[in-house]
Design a protein around this ligand. Structure first.
Ligand code: GLU
Length: 469
């Protein structure tokens, strides 16, 4: 059974890169009828915060990426927060020590740093080995540590040999012997390092596939060595390419919004986010671009993950968002759009009216936040625009003629034609001026759609004001 995990560190909001990783894992789990696990990697106590954890979960739920096991829903392989698994890591680290595959180090961090500096000053790579710690691993030190209640760090003995990784995305990768030295797996504060916790958890949680960003490739060497030390077959690895900004540099804040939450706030739809993220490094076998979560699940396979860097193009995401905005069921768009209207101070009591307004304005909007901008004139009179002297007669006669007309577009257009005929105004100029009077803008939805919805009272009021009274 396929078991995959998304393992964020709760040190910030869910970044689009993380969201894409979560999505690929989710898709594989759903496609293969396996399990999708959420594991919180919060061993960096300084930087981890519960609030971020909540926030990450919120963003994942919003995207529709529900997990089968995790800190909130539980499961047979818990706990799912690394901070609650300290005993487990200790036990497994001690096992390696007992087997001579790892060793205690009673040196203080400054002393370890000194060794490093010495190696560097001698022009050697900063690779640790057990013999370098001899002078600290003395009975005195041990006593000192136990008196002070400190735990020794545990270093993993890195076997000096080549390691081979058959990555699903990157292909075969050989890590040459000697490229790293021994490394810490348990810190003196009793907490594991990322590489160790990750392997212990993936092993105990019976993870079958690890899909993650290729910034973790260099960690994979350490992880392969730890799996070997435990005598356990590593999972299948798929390292997906880093997401780059349009300028080819690693996607970062400089490129604008990068967190899922920020896009949500800006009025992006989860359907568009999911669809767009899936195409960053994966492609549909028939090149289809508009894909729902269900479509993605049925078409997903690891062999279509691309080894090339993916470029995050905010314009394309926006375009796609516009597509979903126009094509999702109107009721859904209305309920999602309501808070965006409220934020602009537009409290809508008449849902049916809002629905008709959105039906008209969504044609021109790309995000939910565009909707109240586009639709503002349905709720508030625009700034008064005074009709140019030359056109006053025709709009004055419009006012008279339209007063008693039944409010349907057929009748209304008849009046427009009649008053235009009486003067030499060109239709284009007439309609442009009328649009400005009614909406305060030069562009917008078709007037034939706007006018019936505005209603006669509003029409008359704005026209009268424009005529100066
Ligand atoms: N906590 C790691 C991260 O957020 C997880 C990496 C992994 O998937 O192994 O990058």
């Amino acid at each position: 059974m396929v078991r995959v995990r998304f393992a964020p560190s709760p040190t910030g909001f869910l970044h689009v890169g993380g969201a894409r990783t979560a999505l690929f894992n989710f898709l594989l789990a759903r496609k293969e009828k396996g399990k999708f696990i959420l594991r919180i990697e919060d061993t960096d106590v300084e930087r981890s915060e519960r609030e971020y954890e909540e926030n990450l979960m919120d963003s994942l739920r919003w995207l529709g990426l529900n997990w089968d096991e995790g800190p909130d829903v539980g499961g047979d392989y818990g706990p799912y927060r690394q901070s609650e698994r300290a005993e487990i890591y200790r036990k497994y680290a001690n096992k390696l020590v007992d087997e001579g595959k790892a060793y205690f180090v009673y040196a203080y961090p400054e002393e370890i740093e000194k060794i490093r500096e010495k190696l560097l000053s001698e022009g050697k790579p900063p690779h640790y080995s057990q013999d370098m710690f001899g002078e600290y691993n003395t009975p005195d030190r041990r006593r000192e540590y136990s008196e002070k209640g400190l735990s020794p760090a545990i270093f993993f003995k890195m076997p000096q040999k080549d390691y081979k990784l058959n990555d699903v995305v990157k292909g075969e990768i050989i890590f040459k012997r000697g490229s790293i030295g021994d490394f810490v797996i348990m810190r003196s504060n009793g907490l594991p390092t990322y590489n160790f916790a990750c392997v212990v958890d993936d092993m105990l949680m019976e993870i079958t596939h690890v899909i993650r960003g290729d910034d973790h490739l260099s960690n994979t060497l350490r992880q392969l060595a730890i799996y070997e030390a435990f005598g356990v077959q590593p999972p299948i690895f798929a390292h997906v390419s880093t997401i780059l900004g349009p300028d080819g540099k690693k996607l970062s804040k400089r490129h604008g919004a990068t967190s899922v939450e920020a896009f949500r706030e800006m009025g992006y739809l989860s359907e568009a986010m999911v669809n767009y993220l899936a195409l960053l490094g994966w492609s549909h076998p028939e090149g289809k671009e508009i894909l729902s979560l269900e479509d993605l699940i049925s078409a997903f396979s690891l062999d279509r993950l691309s080894p090339n860097p993916a470029i995050f193009d905010p314009q394309k995401l926006k375009w796609m968002n516009g597509y979903y905005l126009r094509n999702l069921p109107i009721e859904k768009v209305v309920s999602l759009a309501k808070p965006f209207f409220e934020r602009k101070g537009i409290i809508v009591e008449d849902e049916e009216f809002l629905k008709r307004v959105i039906e008209i304005t969504r044609e021109r909007a790309e995000t939910l936040a565009d909707l109240p901008e586009e639709a503002i004139f349905f709720f508030r009179d625009p700034e008064v625009m005074s009709v140019p002297e030359r056109l006053k007669p025709v709009f004055a006669s419009l006012k008279e003629e339209i007063k008693n007309v039944e409010w349907n577009m057929n009748e209304i257009v008849k009046v427009f034609k009649k008053v235009m005929k009486q003067s030499d105004v060109k239709p284009k100029e007439f309609y442009m001026t009328l649009r400005r009077i009614l909406t305060g803008k030069d562009e917008g939805p078709e007037l034939v759609n706007v006018i019936p919805l505005l209603g006669k009272n509003v029409f008359m009021r704005r026209l009268e004001k424009a005529l100066g009274g």
